[in-house]
Design a protein around this ligand. Structure first.
Ligand code: C2E
Ligand code: MG
Ligand code: MG
Length: 581
């Protein structure tokens, strides 16, 4: 009988019976075709029905499942209590909902987001249970992957700074109740940037990975080790004697570095600096912050040592913070000034150049010197705008002196390698020269030797471009940095500035004189001029002249002076008054 026949037989539409059948048919299709697992049991929990999704996901066929209990799927990972609770819930006629860890026929695990509903007949008596569930194994796996990525460092697979901070916060809360103490040990490799520079990234990364493994091996399972960033690691120790243990653990970590890292061409020996802070400690501030402050102090003292946070660092740390925020405003509030120090020729002490030196002059306070402000400007990136201001202001001052008929000399400006790596120094220099109608040869840029090493590969390009414009590049503080000779050949330096450490002992120590004289000869052999810094006595000036130094700079001739004072100094005879002739 076709559908149209039944219509003719029953002109008012399908009978309720037929409608019920059609609906039941549809429901069966839904259950059979859904991607969710459907399983029906009788009141005793014996399986009466499973759908194709069940067969597909569990690996058990319908024939294998029917007549069994769902316990065939148990993984053993959830205890008796869990199933007792499940059974209690559904036999009380309530709905059970939770994640169940099950085992497939092939033994592998899957996670099921499961709901079990008791089934009642029309008389409200229990006739069985229907369980529906969804396989969420993949979802959990990707959640786990995501959370791993968010909390771990991909290179070493150690927890990252974010995770460390979260665990530290938890631990701080926990120990207050337990009466324990905790210790944070921060470790930072000394001069790792040299290794980074000397070898390609994959090999430097390999060293960090091996270091991470060595550190991990020396710690207990419960000690947390994290890679905070770059070559900085942190350890969290917790327990009743954490402070005493910290000494032992730090020694162990130090010992982990004793063995060289064997490389393809050469073995690398690394040292590290350590900063340690305890909680409860000197105050209730963040122990990681305090450990890093102690670490900074060790680094300031030259590294390769262990430093415990002491409250003495605290004012320094606070000062540091307030310095940062005050320096942010200093530029717009015109609180930076330049002082100028003459450079004279060694023969007649005539002024051939001046060096612009930065000072910060907060209102009503003493001036602050570059050794305090330059590191903070570099750290915050402010070195770029401030450095550009220095170039512009020095050029403008030179123009003012030229216009006053005072300055047949050049202007030297200090630039930090970090400033070169970040900003567009070339453009700033060209703009300033153009604005003041100066030629590139009027300007010297002094770059500190020690800063050359830990910076950018872009330096080569920028230095050569600057050189091509005709601006003179001077290597500053020569003799205090590393790999000096390599850099002399690599970059097109015009002048070598001998550090004042060499000048200081010149008239007292013979070996110093030998070194200085060799450096002067070498520099001149490479076609460079030599300026000696820190000349304080006539004796030093004489020795340097005899060694072949071209120029001298130092308190003997003048301290760095504000522009107006230097002007007065020049008008009243200037450095030539020290002329030996
Ligand atoms: P530098 O370029 O080597 O400057 C010479 C430093 O030696 C100056 O210190 C100067 O005051 C000091 N000095 C000069 N003659 C004598 C002397 O006879 N005896 C002694 N004991 N010291 C002398 P200052 O001004 O404190 O500058 C320190 C360093 O700060 C500079 O060393 C330079 O590297 C950096 N710096 C200064 N101004 C700037 C700047 O505008 N930008 C950047 N990036 N660095 C700057
Ligand atoms: Mg200088
Ligand atoms: Mg210098």
């Amino acid at each position: 009988m076709s559908a149209s026949d039944s219509h003719r037989e029953n002109p008012d539409g399908p009978t309720p019976e037929a409608e019920k059948d059609a609906l039941a048919q549809k429901l069966r299709c839904v259950v059979e075709q859904t991607a969710d697992i459907v399983l029906i049991t009788n009141v005793q929990g014996v399986i009466e029905y499973v759908n194709p999704a069940f067969e597909h996901i569990t690996g058990y066929s319908r024939q294998e499942a029917i007549g069994q209990k769902p316990s065939i799927l148990r993984s053993g990972l959830q205890g008796r209590d869990f199933y007792a609770q499940l059974w209690r819930t559904i036999t009380q006629g309530k709905i059970f909902h939770d994640t169940v860890v099950n085992r497939r026929k092939d033994g592998s695990l899957y996670f099921e987001d499961k709901t079990i509903t008791p089934l009642f007949d029309e008389e409200k008596s229990l006739m069985g249970f229907v369980s529906t569930g969804r396989d969420i194994t993949e979802r959990l796996r990707s959640q786990k992957r995501l959370s791993f990525l968010a909390n771990n460092d991909p290179l070493t697979r150690l927890p990252n700074r974010r995770h460390f901070t979260a665990m530290l916060e938890q631990a701080c809360r926990r120990i207050d109740n337990l009466g324990h103490s905790l210790v944070v040990i921060c470790l930072d490799l000394d001069r790792f940037q040299l290794v980074n520079k000397a070898m390609d990234t994959p090999r430097a990364d390999e060293i960090l990975k091996r270091l991470a493994r060595r550190l991990r091996e020396r710690l207990r399972k419960d000690d947390l080790l994290a890679r905070l960033d770059g070559d900085r690691f942190a350890v969290l120790l917790e327990g009743p004697n954490a402070e005493a243990e910290a000494r032992i653990v730090t020694d162990k970590l130090r010992a982990a570095l004793k063995r060289p890292f064997v490389g393809e061409d050469e073995d690398i020996i690394l040292t590290a600096s350590f900063g340690i802070a305890c909680h409860p400690g000197e105050d209730d501030s963040d122990p990681l912050h305090r450990a890093e402050e102690a670490l900074r102090e060790v680094k300031r003292q030259g590294g390769n040592d262990i430093g415990w946070f002491t409250p003495d660092h605290q004012p320094a740390a606070r000062q540091h913070l307030s310095l940062r925020s005050r320096l942010h405003r200093a530029l717009e509030q015109a609180e930076f000034v330049l002082h100028y120090q003459p450079q004279v020729d060694a023969e007649r002490h005539r002024i051939v150049g001046v060096e612009a030196l930065l000072r910060w002059q907060p209102p009503e306070e003493d001036p602050v010197y570059p050794d305090v402000i330059i590191p903070v400007l570099e750290e915050t990136g402010l070195i770029v705008p401030v450095g550009e201001w220095v170039v512009a202001e020095a050029c403008a001052q030179l123009r003012r002196w030229r216009d006053a008929g005072l300055a047949p000399f050049s202007m030297a400006v200090n630039v930090s390698a970090r400033q070169i790596g970040r900003g567009d120094l070339l453009q700033a220099v060209l703009d300033s020269l153009g604005r003041e109608d100066l030629v590139p040869a009027d300007l010297h840029l002094e770059v500190t030797e020690s800063l050359l090493i830990d910076d950018d590969p872009r330096l080569d390009g920028i230095f050569h471009a600057l050189h091509e414009t005709g601006v003179a590049l001077d290597i500053d503080d020569f003799g205090t940095g590393y790999a000096s000779l390599t850099y002399l050949r690599r970059f097109p330096f015009h002048t070598l500035k001998l550090d004042r450490l060499f000048t200081a002992d010149l008239d007292r120590r013979a070996d110093n004189a030998t070194i200085v004289s060799a450096v002067v000869r070498m520099a001149r052999g490479l076609g460079m001029e030599v300026v000696a810094e820190g000349v304080e006595s006539a004796g030093q000036a004489r020795i340097l002249r005899n060694m072949g130094c071209d120029c001298l700079q130092g308190y003997l001739f003048s301290r760095p002076l504000p522009a107006a004072d230097l002007e007065t100094f020049l008008r009243t005879g200037g450095p030539e008054t020290t002329n030996p002739a």
